[in-house]
Design a protein around this ligand. Structure first.
Ligand code: SF4
Length: 215
């Protein structure tokens, strides 16, 4: 069967195949409320989820809520998350974000995209991920991995993650955005890696526009 790449039908077929391949696709970050989801997601930029999960238990024990983090000593936050990449800027963002939430949002993590985006350390990917993971609202986070995988498969042909987010949101139904993010992340980690993708064992081999020829 021939598909037109980049269309709704093609996207539905890709997601069906990925859902069969990765029935366990979902968040790997550990959190139990919107505050923890926001903190863990800010920490996860350019770092593995495993590294984040190693520091968050101590961080959440010291700073169990927005108010505690807003009043935190920056040097102590830095020390607590030191093993995570970019820990200095992330510590500053965490404290500044908590202060803004306390001042502008009555101490509650906002549950809408634009308000999330207004927080220090929160870009489009993080806002989308927090919307879905913390609030169950439609959100399709696109980082460099989702951008790479989506373009390789032929879900889109875009120059940057923002363009990919826009196109994927046009061809994937809103209620499937969050799941699509996790499926593409899983596929990028387990099969369609940046280097040496495992095309010969890929469930998308017959429909991927790269047909196993990705570099
Ligand atoms: S066939 Fe290769 S390039 Fe295409 S999605 Fe699968 S692993 Fe990625």
């Amino acid at each position: 069967m021939r598909f037109s790449c980049g269309t709704k039908q093609f996207a539905a077929t890709v997601l069906d195949l990925l859902r069969q391949q990765y029935p366990d696709a979902g968040p790997r970050l550990l959190f139990s409320n919107p505050y923890q989801a926001l903190v863990a997601t800010i920490l996860s930029a350019q770092t593995t989820d495993e590294q984040v999960n190693r520091v968050t238990p101590a961080l959440f024990a010291k700073y169990p809520d927005v108010k505690a983090l807003a009043e935190a000593d920056l040097a102590d936050v830095e020390a607590t998350i030191r093993s995570v990449g970019l820990y200095k800027s992330k510590a500053a963002h965490l404290v500044a974000a908590a202060q803004k939430i306390l001042t502008d949002y009555q101490g509650k993590v906002p549950a809408d995209f634009d308000s999330l985006l207004s927080l220090p350390g929160v870009g489009r990917k993080t806002a989308n991920v927090v919307l879905f993971n913390a609030f169950g609202k439609p959100g399709l986070g696109v980082d460099t991995h989702v951008h790479r995988v989506a373009n390789r498969i032929g879900l889109c042909k875009t120059k940057n993650p923002e363009g990919t987010e826009k196109h994927l949101k046009e061809v994937i139904p809103e209620e499937k955005w969050g799941k699509a993010h996790h499926l593409l992340i899983f596929h990028g980690r387990r099969c369609c890696r940046a280097r040496k993708p495992e095309c010969t064992s890929c469930p998308l081999l017959n429909i991927c526009i790269n047909h196993g020829e990705a570099e």
